[in-house]
Design a protein around this ligand. Structure first.
Ligand code: ARG
Length: 458
């Protein structure tokens, strides 16, 4: 038999393989709440505009609320024959209330309906991401405050560069996740326009009130172009792009956690709650959660590329290709939520091994730049000359297999006569860190200012 929603001109029903490739109910059932909310707003508007009767509207609204409880109670039977969530709900509505159900789809198409449902879903997901990122930032702010003076090596090329503090390093992630939050809030603003009422693509001749439905559904205003409205999936792409950038940040953090928790680095100890053991090697404690966060990034990036590729050659307006938008977004959203939550837990629970960080910070001649800066300041050397002199000092220390601070003054003076014993004051990692008071620098005083700045934001 042909489809009861659009089968008027069809003599026979779809081939089974057609049904299989065409149906989206397997995944778009996730949109049931948005679909029902949208239909209630639409029916209410239709009645207010005199397009349907108040009695029919009441029946429709009552029926939709019944369906909502049925789905939430797990008592709703989804059917692949009915393709998608929109037609599954409408068919059930017809079974519940009879012919009045057929009036709900007046001045509406599944094209604006799905654009609405999906936009509502993505908007809610962005709000969840905003809250999750806020919790992650809060975890970092607490750890940063606690470790504003904990010295660790800073790296470039993963080679020891200059001493920094763990608090400062935490605040780098606060900046990254803070930008992610800003992108999330901006995207919410961007997509805060209601698609419903665009109909199939051309709008409708019925005297609908799109401002009313926009308001009822919590949108700032209706979209302005009906063709764009049913063609547009920018809101989904924007979500995926934001998710991919946030996931990249999470992945870099995951990578650092993996490295820091090795016995070789030993900068942190992961809590038992966020690690696993080995079934053969009794000594092992593996950072599986961090590794999985790192891997989820691959999925999220894949989703972004998949949807960009789906959209790139589509003519206006709707094409069925666009049905493939949802699984990408659902999967990325689930991965991102999980990754942020796992990271928040790991950051809160991890033990900082300050002694290990500090001794690592002092190795690898990390204060060589401080020595060069001292030569500029105290002996008036041009920086390039100071760099050269310091290079010779480092070579000497390497030859003697000792730290810069352990070199005898006489041998330093043989390299450059302007060096005095005052130089030893700048060669400790604490002095190095404390000296970097430039705006945004690693000095504890500066890091505390940055923490206060973030704490004062909402
Ligand atoms: N299930 C469809 C989707 O997700 C709904 C829109 C169908 N529109 C249409 N003209 N066939 O895209």
């Amino acid at each position: 038999s042909s489809n009861q929603m659009w089968g008027g001109r069809f003599a026979s029903g779809p081939a089974s393989i057609m049904e299989e490739i065409n149906a989206s109910i397997g995944f778009d059932k996730k949109l049931y709440a948005q679909d029902i909310r949208g239909s209630i707003a639409h029916a209410t508007m239709l009645a207010q505009q005199g397009i349907i009767s108040a009695e029919d509207k009441d029946k429709i609204v009552h029926g939709l609320n019944t369906i909502l409880s049925e789905i939430e109670a797990g008592a709703f039977e989804f059917s692949r024959r009915l393709e998608d969530i929109h037609m599954n709900i409408e068919a059930r509505l017809a079974a519940l209330i009879g012919p009045a159900a057929g009036r709900l789809h007046t001045a509406r198409s599944r094209n604006d309906q799905v654009a609405l449902d999906f936009r509502l879903w993505v908007k809610e997901e962005l709000q969840k991401a905003d809250a999750a990122l806020t919790a992650l930032i809060a975890a970092f702010l607490d750890r940063a405050e606690e470790h504003a003076e904990t010295v660790m090596p800073g790296f470039t090329h993963l080679q020891t560069a200059q001493p920094v503090t763990f608090g400062h390093h935490c605040m780098a992630y606060v900046e990254m996740f803070g930008r992610d939050r800003a992108r999330v809030r901006h995207a919410i603003e961007h997509m805060d326009e209601s698609p419903i009422g665009a109909a199939a693509l051309a709008g409708t001749g019925f005297p609908i009130d799109r401002h009313m439905t926009a308001r009822a559904l919590g949108f700032r205003e209706p979209t302005r172009n009906s063709i764009d409205t049913v063609s547009d999936r920018d809101f989904a792409l924007e979500f995926l792009a934001i998710a991919a950038i946030a996931a990249t940040h999470l992945s870099r953090l995951a990578e650092e956690i993996v490295i820091w928790s090795t016995p070789q680095f030993g900068f942190i100890r992961l809590s038992d709650a966020f690690s696993t053991g080995s079934s053969i090697m009794p000594q092992k404690k593996n950072p599986d959660a961090a590794e999985l966060v790192r891997a989820k990034t691959g999925r999220v990036n894949g989703s972004l590329i998949a949807l960009l590729t789906v959209m790139k050659g589509l003519p206006l307006a709707y094409s069925k290709d666009m049905q493939e938008d949802k699984e990408q977004v659902f999967d990325a959203a689930e991965s991102l939520e999980l990754a942020i939550a796992a990271m928040t837990g790991m950051v809160r629970d991890l033990t900082v091994r300050a002694d290990r960080m500090k001794s690592a910070a002092g190795s690898g001649y990390s204060t060589a730049t401080d020595l060069a800066d001292w030569l500029v300041r105290e002996a008036g050397l041009p920086f390039r000359d100071a760099h050269h002199v310091t290079g010779r000092v480092v070579a000497l220390a390497e030859e003697k297999e000792c730290d810069l601070a352990d070199l005898p003054l006489g041998e330093l003076q043989a390299i450059h006569s302007a060096i005095t014993d005052k130089v030893f004051g700048v060669l400790t990692v604490e002095a190095s860190v404390a000296s970097r008071t430039s705006f945004g620098g690693t000095a504890p005083s500066e890091v505390r200012k940055q923490i206060a700045w973030w704490r004062a934001r909402d």
